[in-house]
Write a protein that binds this ligand. Structure first.
Ligand SMILES: NC(=O)c1ccc[n+]([C@@H]2O[C@H](COP(=O)([O-])OP(=O)(O)OC[C@H]3O[C@@H](n4cnc5c(N)ncnc54)[C@H](O)[C@@H]3O)[C@@H](O)[C@H]2O)c1
Ligand SMILES: [Zn+2]
Ligand SMILES: [Zn+2]
Length: 370
């Protein structure tokens, strides 16, 4: 079948909209009609070359839709099911899946190659084989994905909101609740209030943090953070540092979570300086993969028993956490509607990323038409 998709052909060049051929589902695979996709900064990292992906690649890794067809051996979903895609697949049996660490499932190895297991590229077109970001490629009307990337959700949930739980909401919320392990009464600094950071704010508030300090140079982002649980905001690192120490009688923040769009050395150094002895910095945001961005005194780190750790997907287990977060949405505890700033058509993906870069969007979403 044919599908219209937004493709990165060369680093540094905008998306091109192309009509591609899509092979149907084989063993373990699922044909999905994407209804919505979220505009996450990670796709921009592919566009800029921060993340070196095999190109051409159909981007988009936050996605939701309806199962149209399944290949042999598919047990997780059936035609007609509503699904949210998990940007890391989970095989269920590798060492990491078997120990409750689905976010680092071995199947994640080819997310930047964009192929399904066995070097399979269901998408082809004028430039040969096309990869699909995170083995999804949600900036497309249709996709052939593996069942290990599909999480069934209840039919009554609005997919235009549920889509956000495929990456941004889960990654941000879990960065606070799991990776940073925020505890009641703690003070947390969150650097960068985009689609990931705003959900770290929600997660930290949910976990009982008494002070949630949201840092962003943009006023609209700070206002959204206040609306969704931040107790304090700062426009820069010095102001955040001051708040972290003032609010804790000079002790420092318990946790710092870095969710800026392009992570560089100053944010990590600032977070390291804002935390107390025994405190933790969580790096969730990404930057240029080749650029060293941690440059702190190992001796200070030892003497103050500080931890700097990375996280993928906030350490979540998508088959458990995606439905769980949607239940929290249903109960009114987790806000999703309030996260969506702008909606775009597939042809407007470049506009969507211009708006993201200009700081206009907390989250933008693409509505796919068929
Ligand atoms: N680790 C993971 O699993 C994972 C998953 C998804 C996204 N990410 C990464 O998380 C990052 C955030 O993604 P997003 O979609 O929320 O991006 P975004 O561009 O929507 O938001 C980034 C925010 O950071 C702010 N910002 C920029 N520089 C800042 C600074 N120096 N100090 C404070 N704020 C600053 C921007 O104003 C913006 O509001 C990206 O690097 C993305 O690739 C990581
Ligand atoms: Zn993402
Ligand atoms: Zn696995």
């Amino acid at each position: 079948m044919k599908t219209k998709a937004a493709v990165i052909v060369e680093p540094g060049k905008p998306f091109e909209i192309e009509e591609l051929d899509l092979d149907g589902p084989r063993d373990g695979e699922v044909l999905i009609r994407y209804t919505h996709a979220g505009l996450c900064h990670s796709d921009l990292h592919i566009m800029t070359g921060d993340l070196p992906a095999r190109l051409p690649m159909v981007c988009g890794h936050e996605g939701a839709g309806i199962v149209e067809d399944v290949g042999p051996g598919v047990t997780r979903v059936k035609p007609g099911d509503h699904v949210v895609c998990s940007f890391i697949p989970n095989c269920g049996s590798c060492r990491w899946c078997a120990t409750g660490q689905q976010a680092i499932c071995d199947w994640g190895a080819t997310i930047l190659q964009g192929s399904l297991p066995g070097d399979r590229f269901p998408l082809t077109g004028p430039r040969g084989d096309y990869g699909a970001m995170c083995m999804l490629g949600t900036f497309s009307q249709y996709g052939t994905i593996h069942q290990n990337s599909a999480v069934k959700v209840d039919d009554d949930l609005p997919l235009d909101k549920a889509v956000l739980v495929g990456c941004g909401v889960t990654t941000g919320w879990a960065s606070a609740v799991y990776a940073a392990d925020v505890q009641p009464g703690e003070t947390v600094v969150i650097y960068g209030v985009g689609g990931i950071g705003i959900n770290a704010v929600q997660g930290a508030a949910y976990a009982g943090a008494i002070n949630v300090i949201a840092v962003d140079p943009l006023e609209n982002k700070r206002a959204k953070a206040t609306e969704l649980g931040a107790t304090h905001t700062a426009s820069g690192n010095d102001e955040a540092n001051q708040l972290a120490y003032d609010l804790t009688r000079g002790v420092g923040a318990d946790k710092a979570i870095i969710t800026v769009g392009v992570v560089r050395e100053p944010e990590i150094t600032a977070a390291f300086n804002a935390i107390r002895k025994g405190g933790t910095v969580v790096i969730t945001g990404l930057g240029n993969v080749a650029e060293p961005t941690i440059n702190v005194s190992g001796t200070v780190m030892a003497l103050f028993k500080k931890t700097i750790k990375g996280t993928l997907f906030g350490d979540a287990n998508p088959t458990y956490d995606i439905p769980k977060l949607l239940n929290l949405y249903r109960s009114g505890t987790l806000k999703l509607d309030e996260l969506i700033t702008n909606t775009y058509g597939l042809d407007e993906v470049n506009q969507g990323y211009e708006d993201l870069e200009a700081g206009k969007n907390v989250r933008g979403i693409v509505t796919l038409e068929h």
